[in-house]
Design a protein around this ligand. Structure first.
Ligand code: FEO
Length: 392
């Protein structure tokens, strides 16, 4: 990728990683990703904002081939997909200093071979004058590590946000022109990476609300020349009430749980609830995470394996708890034959969430008439709770 000019003296460089399909050996990347770096050239000094994942370091170094000097490397975040190529840049530009928060300095020293005397630490609100280009640093911890910050380029009204507001989307376009596509990618990114830090995100949205922002430049995915698009999306995901949606992540082994899920789905739909079932044996877990952004209720559905829940249901429950969505209600349905502790074990897995538990429907074997009645009663109870919560 060649440098893309955003404004005179401000370019997007970095790497588009089209073929990457997994991040952190965990997060599916159906659309690849990018590691955005930015070059800001003032009259006197030159700053490189973030670097790239070491897997794509050669791309960055090629882009810097004709760049004579870099005075500062601004490290918004110590995670290696942005910081991992700092040592290579320092090797080429011997005079360059790494500018970051005090906490990021300690992280970078732990993670990478960077000598301590290479660092300049900045406090919230500090500025750095490059000569007609003023970088203002905004501490923004917990997006999604504790050391993170943003940079506001005062004269050009560009906010560089690192992971915040980003998307795992490989694209050759500079700007987010296909907003439907970018909305989905950014929502997936928010769900998987940012949602556990919703309270911090809310504060950061408040902190930047009075900034005069023309362009938002994150470190993954396209740049936003319509900042309100992504800011409004975040406001919706972070601040809005959960919606009248029930998720049913389920596993079935011999069809009993599948029958229960189908019955409950129909019972809820006919009562006016939106239902999203996820067959955990085939689902893209990122799709499930995205659905958690909006849902009011999760009904875990599991068969019994070794007297407990199916391991795939355990994974979905663990993930739900770890991602801390706005979910308000949780229930469990499932089937056993000779004994089960599945309900107890699953319900103990949501310690991070402020949720109400709706009594479970756990049946013996294949569902029968009385079991369907119990599922009808569960659907009624969910509707009642949604109405009481004012989301229906
Ligand atoms: Fe894109 Fe948290 O690194």
């Amino acid at each position: 990728m060649k440098a893309m000019v955003i404004k005179p003296g401000v370019s997007k460089i970095g790497a588009v990683h089209w073929e990457r399909r997994l991040f952190d050996s965990l997060i599916p990347l159906p659309d690849g990703t990018s590691y955005n770096a930015y070059l800001v050239e003032g009259k006197d000094k030159v700053a490189l904002l973030d670097t790239v994942d070491p897997m794509t370091e050669y791309i960055l170094m090629e882009q810097l081939k004709d760049v004579k000097k870099i005075d500062y490397i601004i490290a918004h975040h110590a995670e290696q997909d942005h910081s991992g190529s700092i040592p290579a840049v320092l090797e080429k530009y011997k005079e360059a200093k790494v500018v970051c928060t005090p906490k990021a300095k300690t992280f970078l020293i732990d993670l990478l071979p960077i000598p301590e005397d290479k660092f300049i630490t900045v406090e919230d609100g500090d500025t750095l004058d490059l000569g007609g280009k003023t970088l203002k640093f905004i501490h923004a911890p917990w997006v999604h590590w504790p050391e993170t910050m943003f940079t506001y380029l005062v004269e050009d009204k560009i906010l560089f946000t690192c992971d915040f507001l980003g998307s795992h989307l490989a694209t050759s376009e500079l700007y987010a022109t296909d907003e439907c596509k970018v909305y989905d990618s950014a929502k997936r990114y928010y769900a998987e990476i940012m949602m556990p830090f919703r309270n911090f995100i809310e504060k950061h949205l408040e902190k930047i609300k009075d900034l005069d922002i023309e362009i938002i430049a994150p470190s993954h995915g396209p740049v936003y020349n319509n900042p309100e698009f992504i800011l409004n999306a975040y406001r919706e995901w972070v601040l809005d009430k959960p919606k009248n949606i029930v998720l049913i992540p389920y596993v079935t082994m011999h069809g009993s749980v599948k029958k229960m899920v189908e019955y409950l789905e129909a019972a809820l739909v006919e009562r006016g609830v939106i239902v999203k079932p996820f067959d955990l044996s085939v689902t893209d877990i990122g799709e499930f995470a995205m659905a958690l952004v909006d849902a009011a209720t999760v009904v875990m559905a599991t068969p019994t394996v070794l007297v407990g829940p199916h391991p795939m249901a355990v994974y979905a429950a663990y993930l739900t708890n770890a991602l801390k969505p706005k979910v308000k209600f949780i229930s469990v349905i499932g089937s056993y034959n000779w004994g089960s502790k599945a309900v107890d074990q699953i319900t103990q897995m949501f310690g991070n969430l402020k949720v109400e538990f709706i009594p479970s429907v756990y049946i013996k074997g294949y569902p029968k008439e009385e079991d369907f009645k119990a599922l009808d009663a569960l659907a009624e109870e969910i509707v009642k709770r949604h109405k009481e919560a004012g989301i229906m």
